[in-house]
Design a protein around this ligand. Structure first.
Ligand SMILES: *Cc1c(COP(=O)(O)O)cnc(C)c1O
Length: 388
C-alpha cells in the first residue's frame, strides 16, 4: 500500500502552521477539540468496519437499519429541552451544517405557512444576518426583505414594522449571533411588532449557529427559550461551540411543525421522509453523543462561562490600552478597529468594514479553547502598534 500523497499531506501543519494554527482567533472553532479519545473508542468498538448511513427519519422506526438514527434522535432529545422544547414535543435531525439547519427552517417554515394560508411567505431577515439565509431563500425561490439594523447589528423593530407586508404570511429569521458583530436580535421586541402588525401568518426560525451552542449553558438561557419566545425552529452548528471536528449541526423543531410537512412516502426506505436530505452522516451522531457523554451539561456550563469571561477580559484589556473595541452583550464576538495586515494575518482575524465605526474592522471570536496567554499576547501586539 502506498500513502505517499496522504503522508505528504501530513506536513500540512508545518506548512500552514508556523504561528497561524496556534494563534488563530478570528473564527468560531475550538482549537482544543472536545473529541480527544473519540477515535480510540471508535477503533476499539469496531464500528469503523461497518458502513452506516442515516437515511431516514430519526423519530420513526422507518429508514435504513444499519445506522445511528437512534442516537441521532437521542441527540435531539438531549439538546431540545435546553431550547425550551420538551423531549416529547421535539422533532429534529443532525444536519450537515448550520446552513443545512437554516435550509430546513426556511423550507419547513414555508410549508407551515403554505398550509395555513395557501400562500408563499415573504422572508424577513436582518441585513447583518449570515449570508446563508439569503442564499437559501434564493434557492427556495422565496421573496426576501432585508431588514435594517441598529449600528450594533440588531434588527430594528421599527424597520421590521415598516418592511412587513401584512397581506402575506411572514417567515422571520432571527439572528443569534450576527456574523460580524455578534448581534442578538431582540425577539421580545420583534415579536411585539409581529403581534401588532398581524401578518396573515407567522413562522419564526432562529439562526443560532454559534450562540445557540453556549447560551443555553449560561444564566442568559432565556435568550434561546422557546417557552417564552415562541419560535418554531432553531438551527445550531455542531462544529462551533460543541467542538465536533467535522461540519454538522442540529435542526430542532416541534412535532406540530413536522405534522404539516410534505412527507414523501418512500417505498425503498419503507417510510415517510419529511427531511430534505436522504443520506446523512452516521458518524456525526456518534460524535455528538461522545461530546454529550464526555463533556456533558456541566462541562458545557464551564466552557460557556469561559467563553463569556474571556470575551469580557479581552474587551477590558483593549479598553485599557485604548484600542477601539466593541462587543454586544452576551456575545463572544469582539470587534475592533482593524490592526495592521501582519497582525490580521498572524491572528487569522476576520475582516469587516463599517463607516459608523470608522471604517476597517476586524473581529475575534473567543472560544473555550483559547488560552489567556494568547489574549495577552494579542493585546500586547496591538499596544505595540499604538506606540509605533
Ligand atoms: C456559522 C454560521 C452559519 C453557517 O453555519 P455553517 O455551519 O458554517 O453552515 C449560519 N448562521 C450563523 C449565525 C453562523 O454563525
Amino acid at each position: 500500500m502506498k500513502y505517499d500523497t496522504l503522508n505528504s499531506f501530513l506536513t500540512f501543519l508545518e506548512r500552514v502552521a508556523p504561528g497561524t494554527y496556534e494563534t488563530s482567533m478570528g473564527y468560531p472553532s475550538t482549537i482544543t477539540s472536545n473529541m480527544f479519545g473519540f477515535y480510540d473508542w471508535y477503533m476499539a468498538s469496531g464500528i469503523y468496519k461497518i458502513f452506516m448511513n442515516n437515511a431516514g427519519d430519526p423519530f420513526s422506526d422507518d429508514g435504513y437499519l444499519i445506522s445511528t438514527l437512534s442516537l441521532e434522535r437521542k441527540t435531539i432529545e438531549f439538546f431540545a429541552p435546553f431550547y425550551g422544547i420538551s423531549k416529547d414535543e421535539a422533532w429534529g435531525l443532525v444536519t450537515s451544517s448550520g446552513t443545512d439547519g437554516n435550509n430546513h427552517g426556511i423550507y419547513f417554515g414555508a410549508r407551515v405557512l403554505q398550509s395555513q394560508t395557501g400562500m408563499q411567505p415573504i422572508v424577513y431577515v436582518s441585513k447583518e444576518s449570515h449570508y446563508s439565509n439569503r442564499r437559501l431563500c434564493d434557492l427556495q425561490n422565496l421573496e426576501v426583505r432585508l431588514v435594517e439594523c441598529d449600528p450594533m447589528g440588531r434588527m430594528l423593530p421599527e424597520a421590521l414594522r415598516s418592511a412587513i407586508y401584512p397581506e402575506r404570511p411572514a417567515l422571520v429569521i432571527f439572528s443569534m449571533g450576527s456574523t460580524f458583530k455578534g448581534a442578538i436580535d431582540d425577539q421580545v421586541a420583534l415579536n411585539r411588532v409581529l403581534e401588532e402588525v398581524k401578518p396573515l401568518g407567522v413562522y419564526r426560525h432562529v439562526d443560532a449557529a454559534l450562540f445557540g451552542g453556549y447560551l443555553p449553558f449560561t444564566p442568559y438561557n432565556y435568550l434561546v427559550d422557546r417557552t417564552t419566545l415562541g419560535f418554531d425552529s432553531i438551527a445550531v452548528s455542531g462544529h462551533k461551540f460543541f467542538g465536533l471536528d467535522s461540519p454538522c449541526g442540529m435542526f430542532i423543531t416541534t412535532k406540530q411543525v413536522l405534522a404539516v410537512q410534505k412527507a414523501y412516502k418512500v417505498d425503498y426506505l419503507d417510510g415517510e421522509m419529511p427531511m430534505i436530505n436522504c443520506s446523512r452522516s452516521a458518524l456525526n451522531p456518534l460524535k455528538y453523543y461522545w461530546v454529550v457523554e464526555n463533556v456533558g451539561e456541566e462541562g458545557f456550563r464551564q466552557q460557556a462561562g469561559k467563553v463569556l469571561s474571556f470575551s469580557n477580559y479581552l474587551v477590558e484589556a483593549l479598553k485599557k490600552i485604548g484600542w477601539p473595541v466593541w462587543k454586544n452583550e452576551f456575545s463572544n464576538t469582539v470587534f475592533i478597529r482593524r490592526p495592521s495586515e501582519a497582525t490580521v494575518n498572524k491572528y487569522n482575524l476576520a475582516r469587516g468594514y463599517d463607516e459608523a465605526f470608522g471604517g476597517p474592522l476586524a473581529h475575534v471570536v473567543v472560544m473555550q479553547g483559547m488560552k489567556i496567554e494568547l489574549i495577552d499576547e494579542f493585546v500586547a501586539a496591538l499596544r505595540d502598534e499604538l506606540v509605533q
